[in-house]
Design a protein around this ligand. Structure first.
Ligand code: NAP
Length: 280
């Protein structure tokens, strides 16, 4: 199986590169090597690599910046998945794409199933929804994995920021009224390889849901300084983009396929253990 990976220097792409199965030959392309907003570059790359599967890990992920940089977010998140889909359909390749809980408004009191009504409340979420729609309209075989609160051992993420602040002895306030599931990029990468034959949309997140504050509490406790942490509400923590408050993703479809990701506590504890080991 020949696999073309876009956005190869990103957080999830790193995890995909580390978990590539033995039956796959991977062609990993960074932004500098393949700009996914460039249809001609995509055509050239597909002609050269002849992939069976294109995994699109390229994205514009600066959620707050997207509010004032709509065009860039829209080109990468909204339009490029359609360009990849159109090119993939021409050579009969499958597209694996990632989306987000931000396609929902987060006002539901129950978890969102894959077919729940979308209603993004920020520019990033709108651009990601457009990308889902563009890929669907391209006619390519595709699967869209919606995930949430991604983190990894490399790169910047919420647990990484919390660990760094705790280690630096910094007083920290964290939002306690937004719920979701912190998802380890390594777990999502392994699930991706198992889901290549699926079609449509699948929610892939850690098992269980929590708040940002509870995630931070686990990290600060492990760092030995729980007293430095205090809760606050989203309305007290000013950012440019509104976040969906309760965008918990239902994983019934994932479970029906025999895949259950570790619980978020196991995922975060793994992050803490690796970080601790790296520092000792
Ligand atoms: N991070 C999260 O919490 C989260 C949550 C839910 C869903 N997701 C989704 O999961 C997927 C992976 O996210 P991630 O966290 O791994 O993102 P990431 O770390 O920001 O990586 C995205 C990569 O895409 C590259 N890129 C940007 N524009 C590009 C272009 N025009 N052509 C080619 N590459 C381009 C970036 O390159 P540069 O670094 O050079 O810009 C970066 O290496 C995305 O679809 C994202 O929307 C992420």
């Amino acid at each position: 199986m020949r696999v073309l990976l876009t956005g190869a220097n990103g957080m999830l792409a790193h995890a995909l590169r580390e978990t590539v199965p033995s039956n796959a030959e991977m062609f990993a392309r960074s932004r500098a090597e393949l700009d996914v907003t460039d249809a001609d570059a995509i055509s050239r790359e597909l002609a050269a690599a002849q992939p069976d599967v294109i995994i699109n890990a390229a994205a514009y992920t600066a959620v707050d910046r997207a509010e004032s940089d709509l065009d860039s977010a829209e080109r990468v998140n909204g339009v490029a998945p359609g360009l990849l889909g159109t090119a993939a359909a021409r050579i009969g390749a499958k597209v694996v794409h990632y989306s987000t809980d931000h396609v929902f408004d987060g006002k539901s009191v129950t978890p969102y199933a894959e077919d729940a009504g979308t209603n993004p409340i920020n520019a990033y979420g709108r651009s990601k929804l457009h990308g889902e729609q563009a890929l669907h309209a391209s006619g390519a075989n595709h699967v869209i994995l919606r995930t949430q609160w991604l983190f990894a051992d490399v790169g910047r993420s919420f647990p990484d920021t919390m660990w760094t602040r705790a280690r630096a002895g910094l007083q920290t306030r964290v939002v306690d009224d937004q719920r979701g599931a912190p998802t380890y990029a390594g777990d999502l990468a392994r699930a991706t390889w198992s889901l290549l034959d699926e079609e449509g949309i699948i929610h892939v997140v850690s098992d269980g849901a929590t708040t940002w504050f509870e995630v931070a509490r686990r990290v600060f406790a492990a760092a030995g300084c729980p007293e430095l942490l205090a809760p606050c509400s989203a309305s007290e923590y000013l950012v440019d983009a509104q976040r969906p408050p309760n965008a918990v993703l239902d994983t019934t479809r994932l479970r029906s396929l025999g895949i259950i990701l570790p619980t978020w506590t196991v995922a975060i504890d793994g992050f803490i253990a690796r970080r601790t080991a790296a520092e000792s």
